[in-house]
Ligand binder design. Sequence first.
Ligand code: NAX
Length: 329
Amino acid sequence: MTTTITLTGAGGQIGYALLFRIAAGDLLGPDEKVRLRLLEIPQGLGAAEGAALELQDGAFGLLEHVEVTDDAAVGFDGCDLALLVGARPRGPGMERADLLAANAGIFGPQGAAIAANAAAGVRVTVVGNPANTNALIAAASADGVPAERFTALTRLDENRARAQLAQTLGTPVHTVRRVPIWGNHSATQFPDISHATVAGRPVAPALEQIVGDVPAWLDETFIPRVAKRGAEIIAVRGSSSVASAANATIEHVRDWVRGTDDWTSAGVVSHGEYGVPEGLVSSFPVRSVDGEWQIVEGLELSEWARARIDASVAELLQERETVQALGLL
Ligand code: NAX
């Protein structure tokens, strides 16, 4: 079998980090051949073509073909997995409404091109920001493709949260599970440790021994650190998160295709779960079963958690209203 993968923004940083891991088999395993379609805007074509030359020089056994294009119809032709990484960054003096509008102008047409050209079972992962609302816009423009096939990446946020918690507890990160992200991939996101386990046991008692006042630690240390980790990386590294974002993208898609044995996080379309308005693409605790994301239902939420989720969902609603008011949805 060969899987056709379309990567937008392939000439950018995250694209460069993703391509070689995909070609090496990290996404779909050592037996699945891949065909890559790299979609860029004209200014990005040179960088994408350069990456394609390097892919050739990697002599990857799984890589059957690489196509570089700035034509969305060609880019999404026969696409099984779409990784929508290319987006319009916020420029100086740009208001949030301008940013949403500029990206609606990218993700609307890309949604339509996916509907017209992709394979029947296409799965779409939006990485480019504002990721949740970009996914919503792409889904709304993709006539005939179920909205459930459009997702937004919040796995990096979850990985950051698990890593912070593991570091605080002094335990290896793989022992920390069930730390879902709720809401928007933005500073309002809610990384939720209320159901978290460490080595299979509830995390709260161990955490209390280390940090003392857990609610204060969550409000003042943990949540801001996770939500602002992107800015921290920029301050230290002088450039935004790249390899960790590519890694999270690989994990999101791999789990979607192959399934999970526990919860993770993804921005998926709401059908009203946990009171999140229908149609919004919000992050939830999810499992992947038979190739589909399922929201983990029935979790108890404290009033404090509920308020955190509501605040992030209110931001998502506001983003949707802004795009609707501009006539872009
Ligand atoms: P770069 O600026 O390095 O690359 C973006 C690339 O997208 C450029 O090559 C550009 O030419 C291309 N592009 C722009 N418009 C396009 C279009 N209409 N079609 C195809 N390609 C297009 O950014 P990079 O560091 O790679 O980040 C990419 C996106 O990921 C940004 O929007 C960034 O904010 C977002 N992120 C999302 C994360 C998440 O967890 N969801 C985390 C990492 C990252 O911040």
